[in-house]
Design a binder for this molecule. Sequence first.
Ligand code: FPP
Length: 241
Amino acid sequence: MPEGLENLHVAIIMDGNGRWAKKRGMPRVLGHKAGGKTLKNIITYAAENYLKALSIFAFSAENWLRPKEEVSFLMDLLDEYIINEWSSITDNNIKFLVSGNVNLIPEKTRNSLLKLIDDTKNNTGLMLNMALSYSGQEEILECVKKIAHKVNSGELSVDDISKETIIEHLYNKELPEIDLLIRTSGEQRISNFMLWRLSYAELYFTDVLWPDFTSDEFNKAIIEYNKRVRRFGKTDEQIKS
Ligand code: FPP
């Protein structure tokens, strides 16, 4: 594994499950099943290699519009994932977090998600942020509403609103800015993922479909990231000095 992962927040848009299945003449849902296995491997790899945070786009707010059978398959997969991976998550010192509108997740699954969040809240290893029923615009909208309520009630003055105030009201305020966004399957879009925290992220796109994404592919993305010069708006000379 390349060096310097301890402080990195990597986000992944796990795309291409449907196409992976179609190529094999299989139903789309089997692509998701294969994608679930890939996810498990990548999480273990990230935890073992001391990545600071991993945000994964597991289900978008827009994904509710997919065919009913596909949505219900994905919810069952999520349920299965939590049950099967519970001990691996706790044993690996992973802090499990969820971003998104969890109220829309079926109650039984929601309760296990909340229990896993609670059981791992003191863990100090990888922060695993699972985006579920998630929309980046909704996250910002909710944040604005919460801040507006505080202003309304006199708890906060408009002039005191800062970037920190916004971060304080996003999902999981402890998550740092994203350093690297990986998207599989050849699509080159952000798709409403973690808009605030992606501000200065390096973007890495690969044609590999998510079920085929291995730890070697993950390493390739990190090696590419390590070659990038992150200027944050400054000049090359300022960065070097
Ligand atoms: C995008 O592929 C993938 C998703 C919408 C779901 C991601 C889910 C997993 C990786 C499985 C693990 C999930 C959980 C909930 C633990 P796509 O279906 O859009 O692929 P396509 O663009 O080829 O059709």
